[in-house]
Design a protein around this ligand. Structure first.
Ligand code: ARG
Length: 467
């Protein structure tokens, strides 16, 4: 967005003989935010309109000034939408740019818009308005991802795969159950954002530079028009508070962390060692040297991009920690991390929603892996307990049976009844119901358990909550 160098030089020269020309150009470029904060333009205009209408309603500006401001801002809006607005770093930021253009169009009424306002309360208002919309969009995207996962979970409610602890086969679970774990995470992300939105949706306008204004303003009216839930209680806090941005970025970081865990699993599952899932070719990329490769670039990038968002959270915390009250120019640095956190999260959610819908689980590989780790050993112990054996004794007996299976080169569930009986008098012919993968998952039949019936019930509940 920088103006051409020749133009900058000319301007710098006109400014002052006291400053060397190159320094002026640098400072202008260094302090300008218009290249990135023009993204707030529509919300800036919305905020200005509400402010102007309030000024007119309170008798601070005349009705005809308001009319000129309204039609002028409508024109500015149209120019920006059409890509015809002349952005220039000479205007420093989005607020000054729009006011400059408004005044060119509307004349002196345009110069009255900034009455009882400062860019300090203006920018805080703009960012809150913008972020509120983004939160709403992200919440929708989270719902779409949950929907995609719920559909897959419903399709594969009974599909058995190994569950892991320490990345070692632990107990069989259903693929549906595994996917529902992510649904639970994304549901919490959504709830966190909904809660964060309450603190975003508070109006700073009226705080002016830092101490409030001498004009008889009506902040509640502005809040109502802009759909804010309330007005900021303290003017110093209103212009300097960026908690809302930090809190949002923390929510975004947690959501990215969840996506990153999911990404990590997909990457493992797609590898030949696992072979648990295939993802559609359109989400993979090839290698420039190895013709056989199909790489999971999309999940890898999401895993990588989570680091960026964590970085933005830390950047915003550090940005704030040393600032005395009230507004400091440091705050201008809040925008790029916040914008990038929003963009990264939205793209990652879109990518994962499409990925989740396209997941093709591979039942054979999942089953084979589940049969490799004596995954039903706990089930055998539980079986013995139901027959009256104390749990510690049952644990010991099964451990010995596992050793025998290992020596025989088979899975615990594949040992013949005669052999199993050697480890405990309590083993009967009905033992195999507990030892099979299907029997194992089906028996974990309580709320939160992996039984297919429970997975189906959990899907129903999740869908009801989403409504
Ligand atoms: N561009 C500025 C920002 O993003 C707007 C507020 C400027 N206020 C000031 N006192 N210089 O923070």
């Amino acid at each position: 967005m920088a103006a051409p160098a020749s133009k900058q030089k000319k301007k710098a020269k006109a400014w002052s003989g006291r400053f060397g020309e190159p320094v002026d150009a640098l400072v202008q470029r260094f302090t300008a935010s218009v290249s990135f904060d023009q993204r707030l333009a529509m919300h800036d205009i919305t905020g200005s309109l509400a402010h102007a209408r309030m000024l007119a309603a309170c008798g601070v500006i005349r009705r005809r000034d308001l009319a000129a401001i309204e039609s002028g801002l409508a024109k500015v809006r149209a120019e920006i939408r059409a890509g015809k607005f002349a952005w220039s770093i000479e205007d420093e930021d989005v607020h000054s740019s729009i006011e400059r253009r408004l005044t060119e169009i509307a004349g002196s009424p345009g110069k009255r818009l900034h009455t009882a306002r400062s860019r300090n309360d203006q920018v805080a208002t703009d960012v809150r308005l913008w972020l509120r919309d983004e939160i709403d969009a992200i919440v929708k995207k989270l719902s779409a991802l949950e929907d995609a996962l719920l559909s897959q979970a419903a399709r594969h409610a009974a599909l058995v795969m190994p569950g892991f602890t320490h990345l070692q086969v632990a107990q069989p679970v259903t693929f549906g159950h595994h996917l529902l774990a992510y649904v639970a995470m994304f549901e919490r992300d959504r709830a966190r954002l909904a809660d964060c939105r309450k603190r975003v949706n508070v109006l700073p306008l009226g705080a002016a530079a830092l101490a409030g204004t001498t004009f008889p303003i009506d902040r509640a009216r502005v809040a109502r028009e802009l759909g804010f839930d309330g007005v900021a209680e303290n003017s110093l806090d209103a212009v300097s508070d960026r908690d809302f941005a930090i809190e949002f970025t923390a929510c975004a970081a947690v959501a990215m962390m969840h996506l990153s865990r999911f990404a990590e699993e997909l990457i493992l599952w797609m590898s030949a060692r696992y072979g648990f899932v295939k993802i559609p070719d359109r989400f993979c990329t090839g290698s420039s040297i190895m013709p056989q490769k199909k790489n999971p670039d999309v999940p890898e990038l999401v895993r990588g991009k989570s680091g960026r968002v964590f970085g933005h959270l830390v950047a915003l915390l550090v940005l704030m920690k040393g600032q005395p009250l009230a507004y400091n120019k440091d705050n201008q640095e809040d925008k790029e991390p916040l914008f990038d956190a929003v963009d990264t999260l939205k793209d990652s959610l879109d990518a994962f929603t499409a990925l989740a819908a396209g997941l093709q689980p591979q039942p054979k590989a999942m089953r084979a892996a589940a049969l490799e780790g004596h995954a039903t050993a706990t089930d055998l112990a539980d079986y013995l307990v139901r027959k009256g054996v104390p749990f510690r004794d049952a644990h010991e007996a099964v451990a010995r049976a596992v050793r025998a299976a290992e020596a025989a080169g088979c899975d615990l569930s594949e040992l013949p009844l005669k052999t199993l009986k050697r480890f405990s008098f309590a083993v009967g012919a009905d033992v195999f119901k507990s030892l099979t993968l299907e029997g194992s998952v089906a028996s974990r039949d309580h709320v939160g358990g992996t039984a297919p019936a429970q997975v189906r019930a959990a899907i129903k509940r999740a869908r009801k909550r989403a409504r």
